[in-house]
Design a protein around this ligand. Structure first.
Ligand code: AMP
Ligand code: MG
Length: 270
């Protein structure tokens, strides 16, 4: 996380744009003081509740953090991962690890080791298989405002969860998308992300029976449907979304599975 040379290798392996900054992963909240110029009081409160976990907090950086890590910004992002092996690894290193998702930029984030192998085989020397991700979504990226926090990228920790602790704003780039040439507070948001090779159609309809009707009228042989209503659908399906919670955790994995099966179109209920 602190070596400009190593950071460059991460960007090369992932094909990641150099202005998309990396997150520093730390095993202990006290490490914030080593690399942040200042630590907002509410950050400590949020860390106590959500760390280790899917919350990334942005703070002003000090000069120990290289520009390569922060993508040239004066701020740096921090997170404490919820995996005991990763925490131990960082502790043993003694410095924070820049650990972006182990996928090619733009593709759905990996949620198991096989996904990493598919994207990065030949470009990295080792994969440590810690089993499937429990959350299966990105971390929520927040920055601090006068009254509370602003969400720059949605993720595993929801606005509702944050609301219990402070005022929560959601950046316009999240809700409305970026205008052309719009400046992204979170640079990653301006690039295509989480996108499989197939075209994904989010079908908006009131209920499941309408969705099933739509799919049955519009599928072809290269369509795959992510659904929990497989029995009634005539197209090929991938089981998905048995409960709202599982839906989030299964999405990236289902999108990758669809790609592996050679889908050209993916239908999913919005
Ligand atoms: P990833 O590691 O692939 O999950 O991506 C990290 C995300 O955090 C990207 O969307 C970055 O743009 C965002 N990010 C990292 N550092 C900063 C920062 N200093 N300011 C704003 N966003 C950041
Ligand atoms: Mg990522």
């Amino acid at each position: 996380g602190l070596s400009a040379q190593t950071e460059k290798k991460i960007f090369a392996a992932k094909n990641r744009p150099a202005d998309n900054p990396l997150i520093l992963h730390i095993p202990d909240t006290n490490w914030l003081y080593r690399y942040a110029e200042s630590v907002p009081e509410s950050a400590l409160k949020l860390a106590e509740r959500f760390w280790p976990g899917s919350l990334t907090m942005i703070m002003p950086k000090n000069n120990i953090v290289p520009d390569e890590t922060s993508g040239g910004l004066t701020t740096v992002a921090f997170r404490m991962p919820d995996n005991k092996y990763t925490l131990k690894l960082i502790e043993l290193c003694g410095f924070p690890l820049a650990a972006p998702s182990a996928n090619l930029s733009g593709f759905p984030s990996p949620t198991e080791a096989r996904h990493v192998y598919n994207d990065l085989n030949g470009k990295i020397s080792l994969i440590l298989d810690g089993g499937r991700c429990s959350c299966g979504l990105e971390s929520t990226v927040i920055t601090f405002t006068e009254k509370g926090v602003k969400i720059l990228r949605p993720g595993g920790v929801t606005p509702e969860m944050l609301c219990e602790f402070c005022e929560v704003e959601i950046d316009k780039a999240v809700t409305d998308g970026l205008e052309d040439n719009g400046k992204a507070l979170s640079p990653g948001m301006k690039y295509e992300h989480y996108s499989p090779k197939a075209a994904v159609y989010m079908i908006e309809c009131w209920d499941n029976s309408r969705f099933i009707e739509f799919v049955n009228n519009n599928y072809d042989e290269n369509t795959l449907v992510l659904t929990n209503a497989a029995g009634k659908i005539r197209a090929k399906t991938i089981p998905y979304g048995s409960t709202d919670e599982r839906e989030a955790a299964e999405l990236f994995s289902a999108l990758r599975q669809a790609d592996e099966l050679g889908a050209e179109k993916i239908f999913v209920k919005a």
